[in-house]
Design a protein around this ligand. Structure first.
Ligand code: SAH
Ligand code: SF4
Ligand code: F3S
Length: 463
C-alpha cells in the first residue's frame, strides 16, 4: 500500500514553523510522508496565526479554497491547528464546515491519533458527527523526537518554553499560547544532543519570551538550596551553559527576548558562551514612555537603555534587533518621533515594524479607541523602516574592507554558486564559494553592503 500523504501550510512565527515540523515528525512515525502537493494529500493541516487580522484572513481564504477539493474527495482530512484554532475553537466549523479537526496550541502533538479516530468514526457512522475539537490543556508540549528520521539539515529549532505570562494590552498571544511552561534542562540537552547527532550545527532556541525560561519552575526550598532532588529554579543562562558543552554544536540563536528578563546572569552567560550568536531580538515596541505604559510593556525607555548597557558591558560586540508597533491608540507625532529616536539611540540593526491592529478581547481593543488613521499608520511605518535602513546601511558600509569570520549556513537560493552565512553578530553575508564550506567558518573580505547584509570574497580564494 502506498504511504499516506500529509501537506502542512504554516503561517506565523518561528514557533509555528517548529510546531509544523513536530507534527510532520509525529505523522512520519505513523508511516506518513510529507508532500508539497495539496492535490496529492490525504491529510491537510493549517498551522495558523492570530497576531494580526491579516494573518487570520489569509487562513480563512486558504480554507475557502479547499471546499471544492473536499467535495470531490470526501476522504480528505482537513485540520486546523495553531493560535487561530486556539482562539476561535468550534467557530472554525461554523465558518468552514468542511474542516474536520480543530486542535489547540498544547494538543497538536496528538494529531495522528485524532486523524485515526476520525477515520474510525467515519467508518462507523458516515461523515456526520465525526468532527473533532481539542483545545484544552495548559501543560507543556513534550514530544519525544528520538525515533524520528531527521529531515531538517544542519539547523534545528528547540522550543525551550511556551506561552507568555505578560499581558501587553495589544497582544493576543497570552490568550492563544497560554501560561508559561518551560521544559526541563535535562530533556532539552538530550534533544539538542540528538539533533547534533543527526548533523545539526545551529540550534535556535524558541520561546514567546525565551529569557523567561525557568520562571515557572518552583523555587528551591530552604532545605534544598541548590534545588537538587527536584527541578531547581534554573534560568536561560544555565541552559546556555549546558548547551555550550555539546560537542559538534556550533551556534545557538535566541528568539525572542523580553527586556524585563534581561538579568546580569543572562548577560554573563552570553559573554561566557561563545556559541551564542551575538545578535539578540529584544523588542522595544515604542520609544515613548507614555505609550509603553499604555501597552503595559513593564519597562520605561530608561530601564530599557539600562538593560542594553548591561548587555553591552558584558558583550561589547552585541547587535540588537527590535519590533515596533506604530499607531498604537493615542500615539501622537511626538510619541512616534521618540520611537525613531529610540531606534537610532540603541542602534538596532534589524527592525520589524507593524501597524497597530486591534485584536479581539485584548485590553487595548476593548478600552482604547483605534484613533490613529490608517494613512498616518502607513506613513509612520514607512518612516521607521527608512530610519532603520539608513542606519543599518551606514553601520554595514563601515565594514567594507574589513575581514569577517562567517559561519556558512547554506547555499543561496537566489544566486547559483553563492553561499549564505552569518557573522558572529548575526549579519547576513553573501559570497561565492564551495558548497563543501557549508557548516564551516570562513574568513571573508567585505566588499559591498546593503541595509540587510554584506557581500564579499572568501580570503582563502584570494590567496
Ligand atoms: N513575544 C514577543 C512578540 C510576539 S508577537 C515580544 O514580546 O516581543 C510579534 C510582534 O507582533 C510583536 O513584537 C509586536 O510588535 C507585533 N504585534 C503583536 N500584537 C500586535 C497588534 N495587535 N498589532 C500590531 N502588531 C502587533
Ligand atoms: Fe505578547 Fe507581550 Fe507576551 Fe510578547 S511579551 S507575547 S508582546 S504579551
Ligand atoms: Fe502568531 Fe501565535 Fe506565533 S499568534 S506570531 S503563531 S505565537
Amino acid at each position: 500500500m502506498e504511504a499516506p500523504k500529509l501537506h502542512v501550510v504554516t503561517f506565523g512565527c518561528q514557533m509555528n514553523k517548529y510546531d509544523s515540523l513536530l507534527v510532520e515528525g509525529r505523522f512520519a512515525t505513523k508511516g506518513y510522508v510529507t508532500t508539497d502537493s495539496l492535490d496529492e494529500a490525504d491529510v491537510v493541516l493549517f498551522n495558523t496565526c492570530s497576531v494580526r487580522e491579516h494573518a487570520e484572513e489569509r487562513t480563512w481564504s486558504w480554507l475557502g479554497e479547499l471546499k471544492r477539493a473536499k467535495e470531490t474527495r470526501p476522504d480528505l482530512v482537513i485540520g486546523v491547528m495553531g493560535c487561530m484554532a486556539q482562539r476561535v475553537e468550534e467557530k472554525v466549523f461554523k465558518r468552514a464546515g468542511h474542516v474536520d479537526i480543530v486542535v489547540g496550541t498544547r494538543r497538536f502533538q496528538h494529531l495522528p491519533e485524532m486523524v485515526e479516530e476520525l477515520r474510525a468514526r467515519r467508518e462507523e457512522g458516515g461523515a456526520k458527527g465525526a468532527r473533532l475539537l481539542d483545545t484544552g490543556g495548559d501543560g507543556g508540549v513534550e514530544v519525544d523526537r528520538q525515533g524520528e528520521d531527521w529531515i531538517g539539515g544542519n539547523h534545528g529549532f528547540l522550543a525551550v518554553m511556551r506561552g507568555c505570562d505578560l499581558n501587553c494590552t495589544y497582544c493576543i498571544v497570552p490568550t492563544t499560547r497560554g501560561r508559561v511552561r518551560s521544559r526541563g534542562i535535562a530533556e532539552l540537552v538530550r534533544e539538542a544532543r540528538w539533533m547534533v547527532d543527526q548533523g545539526v550545527q545551529v540550534i535556535t532556541l524558541l520561546g514567546q519570551t525565551v529569557n523567561s525560561y525557568g520562571e515557572d519552575f518552583p523555587k528551591p526550598g530552604p532545605g534544598d538550596p541548590m534545588g537538587t532532588g527536584r527541578q531547581g529554579r534554573v534560568s536561560l543562562g544555565d541552559l546556555l551553559r549546558s548547551l555550550q558543552e555539546i560537542e559538534g554544536l556550533k551556534r545557538i540563536k535566541l528568539i525572542t527576548l523580553h527586556p524585563s528578563y534581561v538579568t546580569p546572569n543572562f548577560a554573563q552567560a552570553v559573554a561566557d558562551c561563545d556559541k551564542v550568536e551575538r545578535s539578540l531580538p529584544l523588542p522595544m515596541q515604542s520609544g515613548s514612555d507614555r505609550i509603553l505604559k499604555a501597552m503595559k510593556r513593564g519597562y520605561t525607555t530608561a530601564l530599557y537603555h539600562e538593560r542594553v548597557a548591561m548587555l553591552r558591558e558584558a558583550v561589547p560586540e552585541i547587535e540588537l534587533g527590535s519590533d515596533w508597533i506604530v499607531g498604537f491608540p493615542g500615539e501622537t507625532d511626538e510619541d512616534f518621533e521618540q520611537s525613531v529616536q529610540g531606534l537610532r539611540d540603541v542602534g538596532f540593526l534589524t527592525n520589524y515594524v507593524f501597524k497597530y491592529d486591534p485584536r479581539p478581547e485584548t485590553r487595548s481593543a476593548d478600552g482604547m479607541p483605534d484613533d490613529v488613521p490608517e494613512e498616518v499608520k502607513k506613513e509612520r511605518n514607512q518612516r521607521l523602516l527608512r530610519a532603520s535602513e539608513e542606519q543599518a546601511l551606514a553601520r554595514l558600509k563601515a565594514l567594507i574592507g574589513a575581514e569577517v569570520e562567517v559561519f556558512v549556513e547554506e547555499a543561496s537560493e537566489r544566486v547559483e554558486g553563492d553561499l549564505v552565512g552569518r557573522t558572529r553578530t548575526g549579519v547576513s553575508v553573501h559570497f561565492t564559494g564551495d558548497a563543501s564550506w557549508i557548516g564551516r567558518e570562513v574568513p571573508v573580505r567585505v566588499e559591498r553592503a546593503t541595509a540587510y547584509g554584506i557581500g564579499g570574497v572568501p580570503i582563502e580564494a584570494e590567496a
